[in-house]
Design a binder for this molecule. Sequence first.
Ligand SMILES: Nc1ncnc2c1ncn2[C@@H]1O[C@H](COP(=O)(O)OP(=O)(O)OP(=O)(O)O)[C@@H](O)[C@H]1O
Length: 245
Amino acid sequence: MAGAGPVQVRLDQVRKGYGRGEGRVLALDGVSLTFAAGTFTALMGPSGSGKSTLLHCAAGLDKPDEGRIHLGDTELTRLGESKLLDVRRQRIGVVFQSFNLVASLTAAENVALPARLAGQKVRREAVHELLARVGLADRARHLPSSLSGGQQQRVAIARALFTGPDVVFADEPTGALDTRAGADVLGLLRETVDTWGQTVVMVTHDPRAASMADRVVFFADGKVAGELTSPSAERIGSWLAELGA
Ligand SMILES: Nc1ncnc2c1ncn2[C@@H]1O[C@H](COP(=O)(O)OP(=O)(O)OP(=O)(O)O)[C@@H](O)[C@H]1O
């Protein structure tokens, strides 16, 4: 992990359950993890092992029941709703499997939206620079409905990067894409880490996608079950098989 910086995100003994009584599910059962600045981490594990819950808690979209989460020196788990919203808009980028673009806004308007909502002044050139960086310089005025899935996801990545966040969380960003579009999206995430020093944390079920990361953390039953550094898709596949994924 050349260039790995200080800890960017820290989770300490994070617990999160859903439901009550007999139906209660402990989605995260005391997870402690750190993500270093300037690194790309993949989170993997069987369905229901807690990966998305962890991602949502770390991104401030969901609140753990217990434990602490820090983004740099800021403890997210101590913030009230409005402060948390500010931090989310300015310092955290999120990319979802289903892109989540606003259908009535152009690609450029979608990219600028979180910055506008955060009350920032948006420079048109900055939006276009970022669209060019994701290979969509000529699609700025297109609505999402006239873009392919891969292009829509690249707009979503540009949107996530626009405020210059400390960290980008991606929840199965290639899950709805064909192999080629998925490879483009992964290449882009890799590039944001290598060229732009971003920190990326991605949930994926695909060993080939995870092999693009510097580090793979495996989950099972709401706990961290182990991790690999710079692994091949084959090694990741054997780990998953052992975990019953
Ligand atoms: N909103 C919710 N309400 C109730 N239970 C939930 C909710 N979200 C998650 N769970 C439960 O928490 C556990 C962990 O879910 P989570 O989505 O984090 O797992 P995952 O590893 O991301 O799974 P997948 O790979 O299938 O997306 C599962 O048992 C799930 O059913």
